[in-house]
Design a protein. Structure first.
Length: 290
């Protein structure tokens, strides 16, 4: 862009002007998942994504373990993404624990997730999943966890505040989960642990619970399966492809300048001279008598 005075003289080029544009929201979609289930106590568990990840995706890491004393101290990955717990760990006293972490706006490339406990955890169960189209600014809308006994694991209800959202549910059980809850899609059931990771896309604001069918009796001899379930709500990515470049014009020298460009409204009327130029012409006419 260049400045132009009333006589048609052009100044130097200014910075490029670019309009601010807002692209359409990217649809929510599932990309890939994997898990690791070491059968001996571990203080560190690693699990790799099977294919390279895409920039801007969201990672979910569901972690269950078979004691109520160990704790997760960190979740990291080989791309340097930052992981945050969706909510506090759900701890079933004297039995088991589960927590869900997430990382938003991840870096692209091959990736391995590492979960570190403060002590060797019994039967750790780490499930990872990649999703697209999740809001990168406020990726978690709500979260809930619960525990109990029975033939169906249930997280308890969460109430969404946005219309388009992804529900991600996970369970850790003393028996085996046999399938997803109503409306959910199973992304994995770990073997031999039998823990599920499931998801569901919802398009209306409401209250939802993550469920999973559990088979009994439990492997520790309980009459009914003992289980935990957790559910997090991930809103749709609201905005993307936002670009803004400032424009500047050098008008420090010469007469006042006006701007011309495609971003300005076009007028078919003749261009009027600047007031200072009009005054100069009137002065010359008086001197010449015209």
């Amino acid at each position: 862009m260049r400045a132009e005075d009333t006589a048609g003289n052009r100044g130097p080029y200014s910075s490029t002007a670019t309009a601010i544009t807002q692209g359409a929201a990217e649809p929510i979609s599932y990309r890939q998942s994997n898990y690791a289930v070491p059968q001996t106590p571990q203080s560190v568990v690693t699990v790799a994504f099977t294919t390279a990840q895409s920039a801007g995706s969201l990672n979910v890491v569901a972690i269950g373990w078979n004691d109520a004393t160990s704790q997760v101290v960190s979740v990291t990955d080989s791309r340097g993404n930052t992981y945050t717990p969706a909510s506090a760990a759900t701890v079933q006293p004297g039995i088991q624990s589960q927590v869900i972490y997430y990382a938003a706006n991840i870096a692209a490339g091959t990736n391995t997730v590492t979960v570190t406990f403060n002590a060797a955890a019994s039967y750790p169960d780490v499930r990872i999943a990649e999703y697209r189209g999740i809001d990168g600014v406020t990726p978690v809308d709500a979260a809930r966890g619960a525990f109990g006994t029975g033939t169906s694991a249930n997280s308890g209800t969460v109430t969404t505040t946005v219309a388009n959202a992804l529900l991600v549910g996970a369970s850790y059980t003393q028996s085996v989960t046999t399938g997803p809850g109503s409306g959910f899609t199973s992304r994995m059931i770990t073997s031999p642990n039998g823990s599920i990771l499931e998801d569901r896309i919802v398009t209306t604001v409401g209250s939802y619970a993550a469920e999973g069918a559990a088979q009994g009796p439990g492997k520790v001899g309980r009459e009914l399966p003992v289980h935990q379930a957790a559910n997090i709500v991930l809103p749709e990515y609201r905005f993307r492809n936002i670009h803004a470049v400032r424009a500047s014009v050098d008008v420090t020298a010469g007469p006042p300048a006006c701007l011309s460009g495609s971003a300005f409204r076009h007028s078919s009327r003749p261009r009027r001279a600047h007031p200072a130029a009009r005054r100069q012409r009137r002065g010359r006419r008086r001197e010449t008598g015209r």
